[in-house]
Write a protein that binds this ligand. Structure first.
Ligand code: ATP
Length: 328
């Protein structure tokens, strides 16, 4: 055991993602296994500034593995972006004698963690917790798999009504600038087309594709639209397609925040457990300024710098090619 790490705190920050609770549980119990005093910070960096930091034992994470959201709450904290706010956060860590921090969140959370650890030499390990799957250094982020499952459950239901009425549905999914949720949910739900931020698809191309589907006797179609798509959101795209396909009964569904909630899938429960376990083990091994992630089926450490700057998360081109064949 690393004699310098006596007290570790964990926080969740930015957007919540299913699997965060599984990760918190793993962090707390792994720390306790190592004989470390464990703390939970409420509401992300806001809790560091407000000194809302509480001791946690093994029982405090009982019965949370299956819950969505985060028992530690989360927040978007503007004060942490100021030198004054960061100083208060550091002072509170000192007061509580905390010398290791696990932060679970997305790129904003990691940017804060990197600046904080560089300025104050605090030992920090990041866990990629975001449904967007947009961090380099991990093939999967926490919550991504559950969000896809939520989308396909919704699209399956939409498919029934689309088919009954011969309708053309545009379903908008989350992901900010990332098309990962859109691409995978399009494959898993058999959508006729998908519009991604990373790929140029003109409205004309989309119309061609839908016409092709119609020529194979399809009377209803579903188009998944990633929220970050350059042609606008699902309403904009639907409006422009309707100008050509005016014989179609066109509908739009924005799935919105329901994609963030719900009980985590088995994949996210296991991923959260593995990443939480690995995060504490990394701190104990003397690591800092790094993110624990999953590469292939192995846990890998990536510097926060690399996770943030090398925007190399990959939209799977081979999957994109496959949809062109399978969706007709
Ligand atoms: P998601 O991808 O789900 O939105 P996120 O971690 O990217 O999650 P953000 O709101 O971007 O969510 O960031 C979370 C928090 O990280 C911010 O509210 C802020 O407290 C902190 N943070 C972000 N950027 C910085 C920065 N430049 N300096 C200090 N702290 C930052």
């Amino acid at each position: 055991m690393n004699p310098n790490i006596k007290n570790i705190a964990v926080l969740t920050s930015g957007g919540d993602a299913p699997g965060m609770n599984a990760c918190i549980r793993a962090v707390i119990r792994t720390g306790i296994y190592h004989g470390i005093n464990m703390f939970g910070v409420m509401q992300g960096y806001q809790g560091l500034i407000n000194n809302n930091i509480k001791p946690m034992d093994s029982y405090s994470v009982c019965n949370i593995l299956q819950l969505g959201g985060t028992i530690l709450k989360t927040a978007r904290c503007l004060d942490f972006k100021t030198p004054e706010g960061m100083q208060i956060a550091y002072d509170n860590l000192q007061k509580n004698d905390i010398n290791g921090l696990v932060v679970i969140g997305g790129d904003g959370t990691f940017t804060g963690a990197k600046l904080f650890s560089e300025k104050y030499n605090v030992k920090v390990i990041g866990v990629p917790g975001t449904i967007d799957n947009d961090l380099a250094g991990s093939d999967f982020t926490l919550g991504y798999d559950t969000a896809i499952n939520t989308v396909i459950e919704a699209v399956d239901k939409i498919r029934d009504t689309a088919d009954a009425h011969d309708r053309l549905f545009f379903v908008e999914v989350m992901g900010r600038g990332s098309g990962c949720i859109a691409l995978r949910s399009a494959i898993a739900s058999g959508a006729e087309a998908v519009l991604l931020p990373e790929k140029e698809t003109s409205i004309e191309d989309l119309i061609q594709k839908l016409k092709l589907g119609a020529s194979t006797k399809k009377s209803s179609s579903i188009v998944i639209v990633a929220e970050g798509h350059k042609q606008g959101g699902a309403f904009d795209v639907a409006k422009r397609v309707k100008e050509t396909f005016n014989h179609y009964d066109t509908k739009v569904t924005i799935l919105g925040h329901l994609q963030r909630g719900g009980s985590p899938s088995s994949f996210d429960r296991i991923l959260g457990s593995r990443l939480g376990f690995a995060a504490v083990n990394a701190l104990v091994a003397g690591e800092s300024g790094k993110m624990v992630g999953l590469k292939g089926n192995d846990i890998a450490l990536t510097s926060l710098n690399e996770a943030l700057t090398k925007h190399s998360y990959k939209l799977e081109d081979d999957l994109m090619e496959m949809t062109k064949v399978l969706s007709i």
